[in-house]
Design a protein around this ligand. Structure first.
Ligand code: GDP
Ligand code: IMO
Ligand code: MG
Length: 432
């Protein structure tokens, strides 16, 4: 039995989808435990590219794929994703299972996300507009609707009528959006239609996951977003609304921490961020522009250009601690192929002049990174599959990052495709 958690160690988009897909070959199932269709996980193999938003990337290898209780589900988006996969001949019906307890992203959540963001003006979070924050708010406020609740239409109607009354009051009086008010009958009808299609997938996912573990199966828990988008440990308030850290697996999938065998931190060889919020090593210049174009750094969900900057070792070291990362998968090294010099932030100077290697929880927007410079390799590393074929400067870069963040690298990714990877013997799951 192996239980591997895969988490992003920066601000998301580190290449989790690629690595999950790769390791799924050696797994029996993949589980999403938090977030929703704010995620965009890209997987490329043969001549195909898939971007998964909600369904675990394991579905592409037709393995058991579970949406755990901690995930929030927009039923229309989920049905669309199922349809797209089926059109590409992926067998979804036999492999996908969804928790009865997963909360639904309702039409008013989408509205509130978008209306709030436009009200915030320059202080907006830069959300994906998928209703994720408002859905988690209602979950914690105990006024959310769970997929399993759709089974009891009388009770549902009763609860929903009160909820919609309150939401409409806010739309009318706070947002001044009378024309966006919701009609109970329409919302119910749409939900019932979605439920008919989704009901065959519903299950007690915590029981299923634990049964799998008891049967000695190998499971991957596919994190979405990244460490610094975590609602508790991220760059609050510029975060998402779930616990993206490895710890989120326990609550979001219903397993105990003693079951976890490996935490794999997916780490980009530089740093990117989409949306607002502090980003110490951001390059607002032509170097940043070059990273964006070489790395194809445009959001897989919203298409927004990603902000780009140098590798931040202070940040990733903190991620190693917060997640208990066992090893790292270092991705997108090939994107640095053309740089004569590569910089790494090794410490921060705080506003009062103090220098620290520790991640400050406040005032990240006021730190100045202290850089170290390393020579680039100026040759193509794309697609290299053997360590001894890597340029020596690239190996030195990896070794320096390992030292700085206090974690070993077990996977080296040299391109977006499955085969453009080096799996070191210490990679999780590969040794039975
Ligand atoms: P995720 O959200 O963490 O799954 O990452 P995204 O899919 O949003 O963004 C990562 C992007 O980098 C995708 O376009 C991947 O196809 C691509 N990618 C992943 N690994 C590598 C790599 O090693 N090299 C290059 N050049 N691209 C990569
Ligand atoms: P994957 O799984 C990168 C960011 C948004 C915004 C903030 C809050 O592909 O790595 P939300 O819609 O969640 O309320 O937005 O979080 N964000 C992501 N950034 N990758 C993601 O997912 C993200 N999911 C949300 O851009 O800054
Ligand atoms: Mg992504």
């Amino acid at each position: 039995m192996n239980c591997v958690i895969i988490v992003g160690s920066q601000w998301g988009d580190e290449g989790k989808g690629k690595i999950v897909d790769l390791l799924t070959e050696y797994a029996d199932g993949v589980i999403r435990y938090q977030g929703g269709n704010n995620a965009g996980h890209t997987v490329m193999f043969e001549d195909k590219t898939f971007v998964l938003h909600l369904i675990p990337s394991g579905i592409l290898r037709e393995k058991l794929s579970i949406l755990g209780n901690g995930v929030v589900i927009d039923p229309a988006a989920l049905l669309e994703e199922i349809k797209q996969l089926q059109e590409m001949n992926i067998s979804v019906r036999d492999n996908l299972r969804i928790s009865n307890n997963a909360h639904l992203v309702m039409p008013y959540h989408l509205l509130f996300d978008q209306l709030r963001e436009s009200r915030k003006g320059t202080q907006k979070i830069g959300t994906t507009g998928r209703g994720i924050g408002p859905t988690y708010e209602d979950k914690v406020a105990r006024s959310g609707i769970r997929l399993g609740d759709l089974r009891n239409s009388v009770h549902l109607k009763d609860r929903l009528s009160k909820i919609i009354e309150e939401k409409n009051s806010q739309l009318r009086h706070y947002f001044g959006a009378e024309q966006r008010c919701l009609n109970l009958g329409h919302v119910l009808e749409e939900l019932q239609n979605h439920f008919q299609e989704l009901e065959p997938y519903l299950c007690d996912s915590a029981q299923l996951v634990n049964d799998q573990l008891d049967a000695g199966k190998n499971l991957i828990f596919e994190g979405a977003q990244g460490t610094f988008l975590d609602v508790d440990h991220g760059t609050y308030p510029y975060v998402t609304s779930s616990n993206t850290l490895a710890g989120g697996v326990c609550t979001g999938a219903g397993i105990g921490p003693t079951k976890v065998s490996h935490v794999l931190g997916i780490t980009k060889a530089y740093t990117t961020r989409v949306g607002s919020g502090p980003f110490p090593t951001e390059l607002d210049d032509e170097t940043g522009e070059f990273l964006r174009s070489e790395g194809g750094e445009f959001g897989a969900t919203t298409g927004r250009p990603r902000r780009c900057g140098w590798f931040d070792a202070v940040l990733v070291r903190q991620a190693v601690r917060l997640n208990g990362i066992s090893s790292l998968a270092l991705t997108k090294l090939d994107v640095l192929d053309k740089f004569e010099e590569i910089r790494i932030a090794v410490a921060y100077q705080l506003a009062d002049g103090t220098i620290t290697k520790n991640f400050p929880t406040q005032q990240l927007d006021q730190v100045t990174p202290i850089y170290e410079t390393m020579p680039g390799w100026i040759c193509s590393s794309q697609g290299i599959q053997q360590v001894d074929e890597l340029p020596k400067e690239l190996i030195a870069y990896i070794k320096r990052l390992e030292d700085l963040v206090s974690a070993p690298v077990s996977i080296i990714s040299t391109g977006p495709r499955r085969e453009e990877t080096i799996l070191l013997p210490s990679a999780p799951l590969i040794n039975p």
